[in-house]
Design a binder for this molecule. Structure first.
Ligand code: LX5
Length: 626
């Protein structure tokens, strides 16, 4: 191949071109990015007296425990509490233990914030200590802290709050958080607990914040945007179980939680303001979805849509409204953020190509009509297929989703080249190579589904992404999906970033996303077009502010390819390149997390040079212009 690069940019590269799609899937939020370490911390949305109500909880040394809603609750949002009865014959430490989200990471250098609510029955004679501890698999106490309690003065809900500083780092994550009494001191007592919590240090030290290592892996790619709260997890198994913004803000005891759309209960401890603060902390901007009347269990009738439109208006006002004019904005101010957050993009629903008729009939028009009247400065995205059906008013933005085979991505690198430049812009909101089986894309690994991203898929995605860059005059944002996976419990594969209770696993596709995102440049330089039917694709961008040119090369084929580049301007002979390459089916897995990692090396650049792209590779060549 010979590639002649044009010295005149065709268009700027949008700041938002690469970023993340987030929803609570695969324990991405609870048990993932959200730093709360205790699973089922507040017994939300469980049926008292059932074993599932006690998920992650167990008795310590003979205590009798059960989830009840018989006593006056700690809040109306949290009707359930944990009833703990200490046997009259008890001795030693007696109480309850939580096993975390598939483990608890105990690090000597961390200070943990532990808390819970408790109360004794009136007439209690208890006068002793209650102790919070981190306990190792072998029963050793890694950290503990006690407070003196008199039952008679704790007959109302009382919050217990301590810092825990481990004496050593645990050898594994099979640790528990326990709350115990001395059996003799507490013999025969019944105590109620509510809203436990255990936090490690968080990303940027944010209260109720994010797990540091997962957040850092996301921030390291310099993402331009964060799409939330879904994806399917926006929609709800039923209309009442949709994602409701005001149930996700304010004190944690006032958040009821909900049954998420991926088979587990969401605490909603990671809520609207927590997302917005993380977006600020990681230097992104939101692409925020509003619920648009469609749940998996039913759709709101046109005649009843008004309150849901108002709910969306209130959600947007929480983000950008004037506290003197909107109660939702005043709520934001009362939570410590009087200034509006940055917001330019609001998505109306998710994947409404599954519910096209009502979207076409009234849902799109009712939401975008009222919301654009209330917020004329915002951009609204439609979620049906592009121009199918023809919506009124015509959408200025679409969110396009595609999951397919590695070869589909290679073969469709030019899909946007053919789009009419009519002012419409596109968000490639969810894309990933997920299977080698075009006839059963969403099947099992036995049928070709990827457990983890494979190099063949990542190289295909890279080829596709050169097309997104070339067409970034109309593609303003793009994100791989799903982003996060707790490898101990998940519902979807492959995913960009995996993790367990102590490790983060970066996939081959993560390295491709990072390569493109941190080298996205400021303007696109046209060049000799790749062969649209070929497996070798490239794109060239320039950053005048840093006098750099970035050439991305994807080779999604099994043969190495040699490419001669000719540049119309002077470049330093000192070039550097980052190359990600591996066997076709190679993956980074928890067992072999560094199977395929990027390699950086220098090369002799200049106005013309040749680059040999390895088979199944994605590369970025960085050049310095004068
Ligand atoms: O079952 S799917 O519709 O394929 O689910 C996909 C599409 C949906 O937006 C997202 O939540 C999910 C995985 O990222």
């Amino acid at each position: 191949f010979t590639v002649v690069v044009n010295g005149t940019a065709s268009h700027p590269v949008p700041e938002t071109l690469f970023g993340y799609m987030f929803e609570d899937i695969n324990f991405s939020g609870d048990g993932g990015l959200y730093a709360e370490m205790l699973m089922n911390r507040a017994f939300q949305q469980v049926v008292p007296g059932t074993s599932s109500a006690l998920q992650a909880w167990s008795a310590v040394n003979g205590a009798e425990i059960s989830v009840v809603n018989s006593t006056s609750p700690v809040s109306s949002a949290l009707p359930n509490s944990l009833e703990v009865t200490i046997p009259s014959t008890a001795s030693g430490a007696v109480g309850v233990a939580n096993s975390g989200y598939f483990g608890i990471n105990v690090q000597e250098s961390w200070t943990y914030n532990a808390s819970f609510f408790f109360k004794f029955p009136s007439g209690s004679k208890f006068n002793g200590k209650v102790t919070a501890s981190l306990v190792g698999l072998d029963g050793s106490t890694l950290a503990s802290s006690s407070v003196d309690v008199r039952g008679a003065s704790s007959t109302k809900w009382t919050e217990f709050f301590v810092h825990l500083k481990p004496s050593k780092t645990a050898p594994n994550t099979n640790n528990t958080f326990t709350v115990t009494f001395d059996g003799k001191e507490a013999a025969g007592e019944t105590i109620h607990f509510a809203m436990f919590s255990l936090f490690p240090p968080t990303f940027k030290g944010r209260a109720n914040g994010m797990r540091m290592d997962v957040a850092q892996a996301l921030a390291d790619t310099k993402p331009g945007f964060w799409r939330f709260p879904g994806g399917n997890n926006l929609e709800g198994q039923t209309i009442p179980q949709r994602w409701i913004w005001n149930n996700t803000v304010g004190p944690l005891v006032d958040r009821p939680g909900r049954l998420g759309d991926w088979g587990y209960i969401n605490t909603d401890g990671l809520g609207l303001k927590d997302y917005l603060d993380f977006i600020v902390d990681a230097g992104m901007q939101p692409i925020m979805a509003v619920w648009a009347g469609y749940s998996f269990g039913g759709t709101v009738d046109a005649a009843d849509i008004g309150p849901y439109v108002q709910e969306a208006i209130d959600q947007i006002n929480f983000v950008i409204g004037d506290p003197s004019k909107s109660a939702a904005a005043a709520l934001r101010a009362s939570l410590g953020h009087p200034e509006p957050y940055e917001l330019h993009y609001v998505e109306i629903g998710n994947e409404d190509f599954f519910a096209t008729d009502t979207y076409l009939d009234y849902r799109w028009a009712d939401f975008v009509g009222n919301l654009s009247a209330a917020f004329p400065q915002l951009n609204f995205l439609a979620t049906t297929m592009t121009f199918d059906p023809v919506l009124t008013p015509g959408p200025k933005f679409y969110d396009v989703h595609v999951y397919n085979t590695p070869s589909w991505f290679v073969e469709n690198a030019f899909v946007y080249d053919g789009f009419e430049r009519n002012g419409t812009k596109y968000f490639e909101g969810e894309y990933a190579a997920i299977s080698t089986n075009a006839n059963d894309l969403f099947g099992t690994p036995a049928d070709g589904r990827f457990n983890f991203p494979e190099m063949q898929g990542s190289a295909g995605e890279a080829a596709f992404m050169t097309g997104l860059e070339r067409n970034s005059d109309i593609v303003f944002a793009a994100s791989y999906a799903p982003t996060l996976q707790n490898v101990a419990n998940f519902q979807w594969t492959p995913n960009l970033i995996g993790y367990d209770a102590e490790n983060v696993f970066l996939s081959t596709s993560y390295y491709v996303q990072k390569m493109f995102s941190i080298n996205k440049g400021e303007e696109y330089l046209p060049s000799t077009l790749p062969d649209a039917t070929g497996v070798v694709h490239w794109s060239v961008v320039r950053s005048p502010s840093t006098k750099q040119v970035f050439i991305k090369v994807a080779n999604a084929g099994a043969d190495a390819a040699s490419i001669a580049f000719a540049l119309p301007f002077v470049v330093s002979t000192e070039g550097s390149m980052e190359v990600l390459t591996g066997a076709m089916g190679a993956s980074n897995t928890p067992q072999a997390p560094n199977t395929v990692v990027p390699k950086t090396l220098n090369f002799k650049a200049g106005k013309s040079f040749t680059f040999d792209a390895p088979a199944f590779s994605a590369s970025v060549l960085t050049l310095k212009t004068e």
